[in-house]
Structure formats: C-alpha cells, structure tokens
Design a protein around this ligand. Structure first.
Ligand SMILES: NC(=O)c1ccc[n+]([C@@H]2O[C@H](COP(=O)([O-])OP(=O)(O)OC[C@H]3O[C@@H](n4cnc5c(N)ncnc54)[C@H](OP(=O)(O)O)[C@@H]3O)[C@@H](O)[C@H]2O)c1
Ligand SMILES: [Zn+2]
Ligand SMILES: [Zn+2]
Length: 351
C-alpha cells in the first residue's frame, strides 16, 4: 500500500509553494522509511521551483538537505533500524554498475543519478519528491548516518551545502599550508569557510557585501576581500591554490584568475551555464591555471564529511523557519538576506 504524504510544492515556475498531497511508494525490501524532522533550504530548491534550469517537472516538492528519524526498514536492510537519526542528500539512487558508481562517484553516474526531487524513480518511473514533506522512502544505500552530538537542525545543510564544498576541498587535496578562497558568503560559502579552516587551510572570502566581514571571520576566514574593490583584489595577486566559487548566477570570473597561484584552480559549484563575459584564456595558459566544476559528492564521501563534522563539531549557521514561511524565505535568499541557511522545522507541517 502506498503512503499518503503532505508536502509543499510549486505547481509552476510562477506559483508560490503551497500545501500538496501526494503518495509515496510502498516500501521495498531495501527501503528505509524516514520521518522528516528538518529540511535545509538550498538555492537549488529555488532554481528548481522557478525553472531556472529549464528542466523542472511540476509539481516540484523541493528539499534535499533532509534530517529525519527512521520509522521502519525493509527486510534486506541491515545498516539501519527504527529510531536511528539519518540524513538524505541530493541523490536517492544511481545505476550502481557504471565506472563512476563503482568508484563512489554516484553523482557522476553515466546513467545519471536519481535526484531526490525532480527526478524519476529507476524502478517504478514515478516522479521523486523531496524533503519539504512529512516522510521520505529511500534505498538504504543512499541513507547517511548522522553522528551523535550534532545539532540535528544545524546538520541538515551538511547534506548538500556541506558535501558540495567538502568534495572539491578533498579532490584538490586541501590541507595545512593550502591557501583557499571562497566566492560568496551564503549557504555553500559559509560551509566552505568552516570546512576549509577545519582542514587546516588559510582561508579568504571574496564577497560583494562589506557588512559580512565580522561574520566571515567568526566562520573561519583569515582574510576578507571586497570583490568590487580593485585595490583589494590586486593585493591578493597570485595568492590562492584553490578558489571555490558559489555564486548562483552568471558573473565575471576573469577578475579572480590573477588571484590564483601558478597551477591554481577555480572551481565553479554555483552557476550552471555559459560564462558571460567570455573567459580570457591568457591567464590560464600563462600560469597553468584551471577552471573546473564540481557536483555535490558521492555517498561514501558524504558519510566521510558527516563524520568529519561530527569530530570537529561543525554544523551550519541556521535560521529555523516554519514551512508556511518558505515563500518569504526564498525572497530573502534572493537578496542574500540569510545567516546563513534557512532550515525548515518540519513539525510545522502538522501545525
Ligand atoms: N554544484 C553543486 O553540486 C551544487 C550544490 C548545491 C547548490 N549549488 C548551487 O550553488 C549556488 C549557491 O547556493 P547557495 O545555497 O549557497 O546560495 P545562497 O545561500 O543564496 O548564497 C549565494 C551567495 O552568492 C553571492 N551572490 C549572490 N548573487 C550574486 C551575484 N549576482 N553576483 C555575485 N555574487 C552573488 C552572495 O554572497 P555575497 O553577499 O557574499 O557576495 C550570496 O550569499 C546555487 O546556484 C545552487 O544552485 C550547486
Ligand atoms: Zn542543494
Ligand atoms: Zn552509475
């Protein structure tokens, strides 16, 4: 028997999110049934609700920073039991047999991973609906263990903002002695500061917002550079080994290239699409510099990140909201008016 669920959905790119009733599948042998306690609000939720990537299939029930408690498990599940505190991130399935899947890179599955929302289930071909809802049913391979001792609401954003910034930090081998910069102090940006600092790097924030300086220092930044100030930009010439650029919309990345050291990399995790203005290749060629991209992280790496956060006591800085406040939260996120992640207390759905 399928499970009736109450959630919040956008019915079109122009509509606000409103209550929406739908069914979740009958649990399979490998499924974990999760009561959702908290769900973070990622800028991707807004992109998808408003069809910014031209691939939204409505209704869209967003939410991929999910923290919950296990209600029940299927007959073949051994890693989880009722009562466990668990997380679900951006993916709920992948092919499990391609080369990337074999290497724990399910996010780059050649058959495309099944995303937590706006995806299609690989078995019954039903649409996937995300965490702005009461419960979710997920194959055990894609369920994460949340370390004891972490604040559950603050841990929710680790499932996307955390792993999306941890993965490039690890891929580019950031550690003691590394010089890392982060562009944009929002959900991803503030996690990047905390994680880079905890990995031992010297950390710089590039921001348009001078009023974020104090917060940035508290979050782990050793230096703050106002990206619109040419003198400040020039002062960090040839400085960084890695720049993580979290800006969600098209923007000029050329001014950041001189701030990379020889062989440095600027990795885009925010904006998806053609660059405008064009990227000037000269600083790349003359300094063996790279521009790269990175998508979330694999499941094993997500567990590694959660365990790392457990050991270092790292969670997100959050503003807890009721689900009824979600549309206002989206407007505030568009104005960069959030410190630094909204998290929905899903108990409000029952209010
Ligand atoms: N690659 C992935 O796997 C992945 C995963 C999750 C999210 N994302 C994407 O990453 C992006 C960031 O997400 P988020 O949740 O961190 O967003 P967010 O909380 O809204 O933060 C974005 C930050 O970027 C800066 N910014 C915003 N608009 C800007 C503009 N037009 N020009 C320059 N700077 C701007 C602001 O920081 P300042 O005020 O400091 O300048 C803002 O706080 C989104 O596009 C999201 O879809 C990608
Ligand atoms: Zn996200
Ligand atoms: Zn695969």
């Amino acid at each position: 028997m399928s499970t009736p669920i109450l959630g919040y959905a956008a019915q079109s790119a122009q509509d606000n999110l409103e209550p929406y009733r739908f069914e979740r599948r009958e649990p399979r042998a490998d499924d974990v049934v999760i009561d959702i306690l908290f769900c973070g609000v990622c800028h991707s939720d807004l992109h998808q609700a408003r069809n910014d990537w031209a691939n939204s299939v409505y209704p869209v029930v967003p939410g991929h920073e999910i923290i919950g408690r296990v209600i029940s498990v299927g007959s073949s599940v051994t890693r989880f039991k009722a009562g466990d505190q668990v997380g679900v991130g951006c993916m709920v399935d992948s092919c499990q047999h391609c080369e990337p899947c074999h290497h724990g890179l399910e996010q780059y599955c050649v058959e495309f991973p099944t995303f937590t929302y706006n995806g299609t289930d690989r078995h019954d071909h039903a649409p996937t609906y995300g965490g702005y809802s009461e419960k979710i049913i997920v194959s055990d391979k894609f369920v994460l263990k949340v370390p004891d001792g972490l604040d559950l609401a603050g841990a929710a954003p680790l499932l996307c903002a955390g792993i999306t910034t941890y993965s490039p930090l690890r891929h580019w081998k950031v550690g003691k002695g590394s010089k890392v910069a982060v562009v944009g102090l929002g959900g991803l940006g503030h996690m990047a500061l905390k994680l880079a600092k905890a990995l031992g790097a010297e950390v710089t924030l590039f921001t348009r917002s001078a009023d974020k300086e104090q917060d940035a220092r508290r979050l782990g930044a050793d230096n703050i550079v106002i990206s619109t100030d040419d003198a400040q930009m020039a002062a960090v010439n040839s400085r960084f080994d890695l720049i993580i650029d979290t800006v969600p919309y098209v923007h000029d990345i050329n001014p950041y290239m001189p701030t990379l050291n020889i062989s440095g990399t600027l990795v885009l995790v925010g904006y998806l699409g053609p660059l405008d203005p064009f990227l000037n290749s000269a600083p790349l060629v003359l300094g063996r510099k790279s521009v790269a991209g990175s998508l979330i992280g694999g499941i094993a790496e997500t567990q590694e990140m959660l365990d790392f956060c457990g050991e270092h006591g790292i969670t997100s800085d959050i503003e807890v909201i009721k689900i009824q406040e979600i549309n206002e939260a989206y407007e505030r996120m568009l104005k960069s008016d959030v410190k630094y992640r909204f998290v929905i207390d899903m108990a409000s759905l029952k209010a």
